[in-house]
Structures are given as C-alpha cells and as structure tokens.
Design a binder for this molecule. Sequence first.
Ligand code: ADP
Ligand code: MG
Length: 282
Amino acid sequence: MTHAIEVRGLSKSFRADRKALDDVTLQVAPGEMVALLGASGSGKSTLLRHVAGFVAGDAGEIVVNGRHVQRNGRLAANVRRVRREIGFVFQQFNLVGRLPVITNVLVGMLARVPKWRGLLRVFRADEIRSGLDALAQVGIDDYAFQRASTLSGGQQQRAAIARTLVQNARVILADEPIASLDPESSRRVMALLRQINRTRKVAVVVSLHQVDVAMRYCPRVVALRHGKVVYDGPSAALTPAMLRDLYGTEADELLRDAAPEDDASIAPMPAPALVTMHLAAA
Ligand code: ADP
Ligand code: MG
C-alpha cells in the first residue's frame, strides 16, 4: 500500500548548534487523522512545511501519495505537481482579504496563480459552481461574494478548508488551524476536518499544542520535542503523566487548557447536517 505521507530520516538545522528537525521518520496511511503535538518551538510548523514541499531539509526524504516531495536536501523537480494534491491550512487562514470568498476558494483549482486581480474572470461557470458547493459543504455559501476580510476568523478558516476541497487534496496539512479561534469556532473547524477525513478518506495531519483537542479528534498522535519524535501511537494511550515524562516542564504548555472544568467546551460537536449530506454525496 502506498502511504499518504512517508517521511524518512528528515533533519533540518537553521543554526549550526540546534536541530529544528532531528532524524524524523513517520508514515501516515490514506484516510488517517493524526495530531502533531508539541510545545512551541518543537518543530511542528517546520515538519509540515517540509512535507508540503515549501522548503528542503538537510537530509532525509519525503514521499506524498507515492511521489517524492524532496530527497537528500533537494526538492523534487516536479514538486509543484505534488503540491497540488496537498491542501495546506494555516493558523492565519491565508486568504486575500480584499477578494471575495469564492475567489479565494477557487484559487485551490489553480496550480499556479498568474495574477490576483480580476481572477474570478478566469474561472468557468462549472468551476464557480464547484466552489460554491465547497462553501456549502463548510457551511458558509451565504458569504461567497463577500470580501474575505468581512468574515469571522472561524468562517475564514472554513473558507480555507473549502479551498482544499476544491483542490481535491488527498492530504491536508493544517498548522495550528485553531490557534487563533474562539472555542466554538475551534470545535467547528476540528469537527469539519474530521468529517472531511472520514467521508473523503483524506489524510489529515493537524498540528496542535493542546493535548485535549488532539485526543478528542485524532485517533493518533505524533509528539515532537526539540525536533525529535518522542511519541507515535494512539492518542488514547497518552496520559498526563506520560506527557510530563516526555516533555518535562514543557508539558504544562500542552496540558494548560486540559483542565477538567474546560471539558464541556471542547466536546466534539456533530458537523452541520449540510456538511454530512454534501460530503456523503461527493
Ligand atoms: P513549532 O511550530 O512547533 O512552534 P517551529 O517549527 O516553528 O516550531 O520551530 C522549530 C525551531 O526551528 C525553533 O527553534 C525555531 O526558532 C526554528 N525555526 C523555524 N523556522 C525558522 C526559520 N525560518 N529560521 C530560523 N529558525 C527557524
Ligand atoms: Mg508552529
């Protein structure tokens, strides 16, 4: 079976005295949902950016959907082609605020964006329809023709996820997608990622720094510390004691929001009926 993501011996240093990634090896199967857990500075963003082919490591290799993203410190010659199958969701949404939501979403169809201005005109009617459908799937089709900047953070993040749907991504990498969102929006975004993962069998790797969120939405956790994988296994098996063992004092950062009294606020919410319906039909 081809892995959705395969990382072998990936290392990266930005400075001579410190490794941001230290011999990272992991595989993600198609249809898996994995939380990438770790304190600030542990290497989560760096790892996701390498998998996405934004940057080349110093050593090691990365294969996504059977195609090399990079090998031995060099990006693959056809990395653009590989990137097309990878949806990337950013903490700060990465939408162009002055452009309509639908335009931002349709960008997912383009391998390369020639020009932002007047972009909507380059899309065919059927493409615009599929963009609207993706927005309906994430529950914000009513906002399609508003400027992206007029949406709430949670809505903008859902638009960013709609962009990966239009892109027909087989792999979604989400780098702290809920770090800028309120608890209610966080729930919706996590539930949406899980829904897409389940119904479309898209592999999802989502970096988080809250253990409780990881455990609720992701069956598997890969935990990083100082650029090394220190745990890779079922999230159900992660206990606070184990985290303190793995992370020492940094464990507090990961466990901070996991106090029992907060439990109700992060209980998974069923995705909107609309989402279920559309995804089931897809
Ligand atoms: P996380 O996302 O888990 O907070 P990062 O991947 O952003 O961690 O960072 C891991 C380490 O790499 C940190 O020490 C950070 O300072 C360093 N780092 C990340 N990106 C760069 C960069 N572009 N230049 C220099 N150092 C970087
Ligand atoms: Mg980060």
